[in-house]
Write a protein of this length. Sequence first.
Length: 395
Amino acid sequence: MNLKPLLLTTVFLGTIISTQAQDNLVNSLKINASEKSKEFFKFTDVINIENTPIKNQGSSGTCWSYSANSFLESEMIRMGKKPVELSQIFSARNAYIEKGKNYVRMHGSVALGDGGAFHDVINMYRKYGAVPQSVYTGLNYGTDKNKFAEMAALIEGFLKAVVTNPNGQLTPNWEKAYRAMIDSYLGQVPTSFDYNGKKYTPETFAKEVVGLNADDYVEISSLQEYPYYSKFVLMVPDNWNYDQVYNVKMNELTDIIDNAIKTGYTVAWAGDVSEKSFSWKNGVAYVPEKRVEDMTAEEKADMFNGPKKEAVITEEMRQMAFDNYTTTDDHGMHIVGISKDQNGKEYYIVKNSWGTTNDYKGYLYMTKEFAKYKATAILLHKKAIPATIASKLKM
């Protein structure tokens, strides 16, 4: 997930060079709000798939890990398992290790920071397993919420020193020192732990308790510049591992999400949330029919006072927004249902990881136009994809 200029300041969430970015973006989004928005919207849930309680990623750019782990927890519920709050920072910590290795191998030419993608959680689950949040909180320095700015600065400085290679040859100890630095902030990962009276390793916990198959999950995007129904490398800075995603037509993104929700599957959604038509406070995201820049002061003040007409998004608009950085990979969230407003229009019910301080206690309602316009990628179980599209993708 990546970056975008906002209010003359480069703000980062999802992908983060400065881990203060989440706070900056959330604070800036507070201006996109109405005091009485909730009085003007009347939402009625159509489908609301069971999910685990709202979390707060704190001052860290780990939205990708929070949302993807929330998705995995809902997958446990779907499979009839008792859900476990999975350690989001266990996934992130292992991704930091792998990212550091790639950074050195690539001579510093990959992104650093907290940012990542949904596939990072799946890849780390496949390689390292999983642990409960109660076993590995990542809070090893006296705070009750993530606060990663100091760690991020040290990691960056350390890895840059490794890449410049003052000895002329890398020693075998740089990776040990790197791991030790991360562990001093996040804590050492336990090689084994007790859970409900039984001893597990991260690998056995993933296999016996979580019980998900990493190979069942796929990422999908939509860009005109690549052949449809093939795979391509999503060119965003936080795709540090150069993973590939499937490419579908734009309207098929929401066809896929609709089919997933209607058949009992949830979906992880990554995309841009720095639009002025995204209000975290009011819990509403849509695409105004009129550009915000062209609105009067009165129209701007009324943006979230009830349902509004939307622009109709085209594939050309979506591609252009991606190419000119007006759609970037800011944030990751978890789609858990469908709701209708008082006019019968459908919205996705989206679970966020910024705590419960907004109008809908941590959830928000996103229109389908916004979802397909501003998505950079989605993650879901491959069986949730409509058969006609899955056939085109040769799944």
